[in-house]
Design a protein. Sequence first.
Length: 31
Amino acid sequence: MIYDVIIIGGGIAGCSVAYFLKDKLNVAIID
């Protein structure tokens, strides 16, 4: 699967950004 956004680290800020973008883009979170 191809992701539009890859967030490395996560955490509270990363998760909030990921959930915000998840409706519009494919988001991958790498802890």
